[in-house]
Design a protein around this ligand. Structure first.
Ligand code: URA
Length: 233
């Protein structure tokens, strides 16, 4: 891996500063001053010092979890069981955060990571990353909702107009909904403010990353490099 990536991933500095400081002699690899920050190193083997400090390389972890019902999307909770109980000891020893919470009764794709930048990319209010849900409803879904969702539904309890959402009706009481915001209970509220009710909700994708169909509820795995690259990581 490039040495600037290794230093950057260890949260020691920004790429720009690393480049500048390396030019001034702040980068030493295996005892040699190196001014080119694009050189490749093996973090397991090479000894890298940046600004006099040994770079203790830490590989970020990115997990895809298929969340079952009944667990809250939190790393700790006083009263309720959390998704952390799905993870084994190795992952529990890490400082994981959740990228975009799901309600206790919502199932499906939940991302967790040790990488703060990744969490921010997914959850920042400015992020326009689409989250895709399958919603089963109490009543037949009216065709007119497609237009209503597209125009932005008024959420009365928050006195707020939701961003345009896409609605694809798959069956009388089943729809695919795509939203770009992480507001509390948003999918449920889109339907309830249109006089219907969501009976069950499953997140099936975040951006272009789909929930792995081979992952059973309660299972999880690390993201592949290809999957990570979907988010520019
Ligand atoms: N919208 C909801 O209503 N619930 C979720 O868990 C996610 C989106």
């Amino acid at each position: 891996m490039r040495v600037d990536k290794m230093i950057g991933n260890s949260n020691l500095d920004t790429r720009k500063n690393i480049k500048r400081n390396a030019k001034k002699g702040g980068l030493v690899i295996n005892g040699q001053v190196v001014k080119d920050t694009s050189v490749h190193v093996d973090p397991e083997v090479d000894e890298v010092y940046y600004m006099g400090e040994l770079v203790d390389y830490f590989e970020n972890i990115y997990l895809m979890v298929n969340k079952p019902k009944g667990l809250v999307s939190a790393t700790r909770d006083e009263d309720e069981p959390t998704v952390m109980q799905l993870l084994d000891d190795f992952y529990l020893s890490l400082d994981l955060s959740i990228a975009g919470r799901l309600d206790k009764d919502t199932t499906g794709l939940l991302l967790m990571s040790t990488d703060g930048k990744f969490i921010h990319t997914i959850t920042s209010p400015n992020s326009k990353i689409e989250k895709t849900y399958l919603a089963k409803t109490r009543d037949k879904i009216d065709q007119s909702l497609i237009e209503e969702f597209k125009n932005g539904v008024y959420i009365s309890e928050d006195n707020y107009t939701a961003r345009p959402a896409s609605l694809e009706i798959l069956d009388d009481r089943l729809a695919k909904v795509k939203i770009t915001e992480g507001k509390f209970h948003l999918v449920k509220r889109l339907f309830s403010n249109m006089g219907n009710e969501v009976l069950s909700l499953k997140r099936i994708a975040i951006g272009n990353l789909g929930l792995d169909p081979s992952l059973k509820e309660g299972d999880y795995r690390e993201l592949s490099p290809n999957e990570l690259s979907l988010f520019g990581f």
